[in-house]
Design a protein. Sequence first.
Length: 39
Amino acid sequence: MICGINKIILSILGILLSCLIRIFRYHHEKNIVFFMVCH
């Protein structure tokens, strides 16, 4: 039970983090271009 709940929580946190990263990228497009050029 505990392990299953932990996996669900981790998956939800991962989804939230990915959404936050997408929002951050939308608000910092210049930084993305800079990152893409440098890498």
